[in-house]
Write a protein that binds this ligand. Structure first.
Ligand code: SF4
Length: 329
C-alpha cells in the first residue's frame, strides 16, 4: 500500500482529518510523525535556518522523523489562503521550498497549493492533480474529497466543545477524553493553534491551567460571526486568518463578564505575533492580561510560576470583588 507521511506540525492541527480522509479514501496509508518531543525539537533546530520561527523549526523535526520512515510521499502543502480575502503567514507559502533546500533524503513531496483568497477553482484542479498520483478515476478523487470535507466538518464540530485541537483529533479518531470540569476560573487562551495545542511547544499550557482548576476558553469555542464582528472594530482589517481570529476572540472575551483573564502565547521569531500580540495587549482593557513568549529555551518551572501567580491574582481579584478596578493600574 502507498504510504503518505503527514508531519504533525503547523496546519496538521487544523486540517488533519481532511487530509487523512482524502488520502485514505484514495487507498493510501497515512503515517504521521510522533507527538513533538525533545528529540524532534532539537533535530528541527539543528536543520532549520536560525531566522525562522519556533513552530517552523519544530516542523522540520517532524519532517526529519518521517524521512526515516518507509514512506512513498510526504505531504507538505503550500498554504497561501484558507478563506476569501485573507492570508496565512508567508512562511507557509515557502515551506515546501525551504524543506526541499534543507533535506537530501526527502521522499516525493506533495506540495499542493491551497489558495482560497479569490475562489476555489484552482484548488479543485490541485486536488485532481494530487489524486492522480493514486488513481486515474476523477470521480473517485472527487468522492474522496467530498468525504474528506464531511469528516473535517465533523472534526470542526468536536473542536467547538472546549477540546484543544489535538484532543479533538483524538476524539475524531474514536479515542475517549474526559475533561476536568472542576474549575473556578475561566481564562481565554490565545495563540496559533500549532503552538498552543502542541504540548511541547506550549509546555502543555492548557493542561497546566486545567490542573490549576481553570477552564481554558479557546478561540475554537467562539462563533466565527462573533470573531469577525469584534475584529471589524479595528481601524484596519487584519488580513491574516489566524491573527484576525485571535484579535476578534480576545476583544470579545474582554467584554464578557464570565471571563476572568486573558493569556496570549506568542512564538519567538513570529512576525505576525509581533503585531497581533501587541494589538491585543493594547486593546484588552477590562481583563488582566498576560503575554507569554515561548521558544526552545523556555523553562517549564518559569512558566508554572507565572501561571500560578496569574491565577492567584485572578482569584484574589474575584474574591475581593475587585473587577471594578482597572486591570492596567
Ligand atoms: S504566523 Fe508566526 S509562528 Fe506561524 S508560521 Fe508564521 S512566523 Fe511562524
Amino acid at each position: 500500500m502507498i504510504k503518505v507521511g503527514i508531519p504533525r506540525g503547523l496546519f496538521y492541527f487544523y486540517y488533519y482529518p481532511l487530509w487523512k480522509t482524502f488520502f485514505e479514501n484514495l487507498g493510501a496509508e497515512v503515517v504521521t510523525s510522533s507527538e513533538t518531543n525533545n528529540k524532534i525539537v532539537s533535530q528541527g533546530i539543528d536543520i532549520a535556518v536560525d531566522e525562522t520561527c519556533f513552530p517552523v523549526k519544530v516542523y522540520y523535526g517532524h519532517v526529519n522523523q518521517l524521512c526515516n520512515e518507509n514512506i512513498d510521499y510526504i505531504f507538505i502543502p503550500r498554504i497561501v489562503s484558507v478563506e476569501l480575502r485573507s492570508y496565512i503567514c508567508p512562511k507557509f507559502m515557502g515551506i515546501p521550498d525551504m524543506i526541499r533546500a534543507s533535506f537530501n533524503n526527502l521522499p516525493y513531496v506533495i506540495d499542493i497549493t491551497i489558495d482560497l483568497s479569490r475562489n476555489n477553482k484552482e484548488l479543485k484542479k490541485e486536488i485532481i492533480k494530487v489524486g492522480q498520483l493514486f488513481t486515474s478515476n476523477k470521480k473517485a478523487i472527487n468522492n474522496a474529497y467530498q468525504n474528506a470535507i464531511i469528516e473535517q466538518k465533523r472534526f470542526n464540530q468536536i473542536s467547538k466543545e472546549g477540546y484543544t485541537l489535538d484532543e479533538a483529533i483524538k476524539l475524531w479518531e474514536g479515542l475517549k477524553i474526559k475533561l476536568n470540569t472542576k474549575n473556578d476560573l475561566k481564562i481565554g487562551v490565545f495563540g496559533h493553534g500549532y503552538s498552543i495545542y502542541d504540548q511541547a511547544i506550549s509546555m502543555n499550557i492548557i493542561n497546566k491551567l486545567r490542573e490549576m482548576e481553570c477552564q481554558a476558553y479557546i478561540p475554537e469555542m467562539l462563533d466565527k460571526k462573533i470573531i469577525e464582528k469584534e475584529a471589524s472594530t479595528l481601524p484596519k482589517r487584519v488580513f491574516w486568518t489566524i491573527g484576525r481570529k485571535m484579535v476578534g476572540g480576545a476583544l470579545h472575551m474582554d467584554k464578557r463578564t464570565d471571563i476572568d483573564g486573558i493569556i496570549y502565547v506568542s512564538c519567538f521569531g513570529c512576525g505576525p505575533d509581533s503585531i497581533v500580540g501587541e494589538v491585543i495587549e493594547r486593546k484588552v482593557k477590562n481583563k488582566p492580561f498576560m503575554l507569554i513568549t515561548v521558544d526552545e529555551h523556555t523553562g517549564e518551572a518559569g512558566l508554572v510560576t507565572r501561571l500560578e501567580a496569574f491565577c492567584d491574582m485572578l482569584r484574589r481579584r474575584k474574591s475581593n470583588n475587585e473587577s471594578n478596578i482597572s486591570a492596567h493600574g
